[in-house]
Ligand binder design. Structure first.
Ligand SMILES: NC(=O)CCC(=O)C(=O)O
Length: 265
């Protein structure tokens, strides 16, 4: 499975500019033989949380229609990062979604862990549905959002449910870059799965500077491809899903688990 992450700077406060940017990236990038394209967290709005309701989609529209057309036109699945989103009269969720290469919505998930350090609980509501496994080209995948990376139980839950690739869509700040890299590698090593992590770059109006370093990590914890910290880039890697079985046979942690002795898992 060939994956491309679009690492780009989000313009906070201008949905139109961000949609144009993504459209341009799809036009300019050679997507021949690409199966999946990945976008970052909250890419339509950035972190303009005070005004987030103004940017929110409703039931993912009209952004879903825009992404569906790009997916069908380019014959790729799009892990469409996340966007501010409402369901009717609800508060605003941080909702990630995936559309397949026919333009059909195959999965959506609203961020369950809101970030106190970025004031998310003040402006957003947290998702109450569990993250589930969904299929891309017959392969089982998981999709989580940024701060979710700090919760190993969520990743374990997904990998025990069969996820072989876990997508992490993020706007991760530069001051915690070391956590970003270390936790991404740890989640790959401890779950022996691929981690595909998409982040943004640049500074937004609230002063937050983002870390870039979008990356694709294999089930042994090796970085297959990685972007710089401050440049717009396309990160590409080819995933060999059979390699997961090899790593799990060599270091059989799933067989060695002692469920009978863990108190809270
Ligand atoms: N957008 C986020 O969820 C940022 C998370 C973060 O800053 C952290 O976990 O540290």
């Amino acid at each position: 499975m060939r994956i491309k992450i679009f690492q780009f700077q989000i313009t906070d406060g201008s949905t139109e500019k961000n949609l144009n940017k993504v459209n341009k990236l799809f036009t300019e990038t050679d997507l021949d033989h690409t199966d999946v394209v990945v976008l970052p967290e909250m890419w339509t709005s950035g972190y303009d949380l005070e005004n987030i309701r103004d940017y929110a989609a409703n039931n993912l529209e009209p952004v879903k229609a825009f992404i569906s057309k790009l997916a069908a036109d380019n014959n790729v699945t799009i892990v469409a990062g996340s966007i501010p989103n409402t369901y009717g009269d609800s508060g605003v969720y941080n909702t990630a979604f995936t559309v397949n290469n026919n333009g059909k919505l195959i999965y959506e998930y609203s961020k369950m862990h809101l970030v106190p350090m970025l004031n998310e609980p003040e402006f957003l509501v947290s998702g109450n549905k569990p993250a589930e496994v969904f299929e891309i080209s017959g392969e089982e995948c998981g999709l989580v959002i940024c701060y979710d990376l700090r919760f190993p139980e969520l990743f374990r839950d997904l990998s025990l449910s069969g996820a072989k690739i876990i997508f992490v869509v993020a706007e991760w700040p530069i001051e915690r870059t070391e956590h970003w890299v270390t936790l991404l590698k740890a989640r790959a090593i401890e779950n022996q799965c691929y981690i595909v992590a998409s982040n943004t770059v640049g500074t937004q109006n609230n002063g937050a500077e983002f870390a870039g370093r979008s990356m694709i990590i294999n089930p042994f914890g090796e970085i297959l491809a990685e972007a710089d910290t401050d440049t717009e880039e396309v990160v590409t890697a080819e995933l060999d899903l059979n390699y997961i079985d090899q790593v799990r046979a060599d270091i059989p942690i799933f067989k060695s688990r002692r469920k009978d002795l863990y108190k809270n898992l």
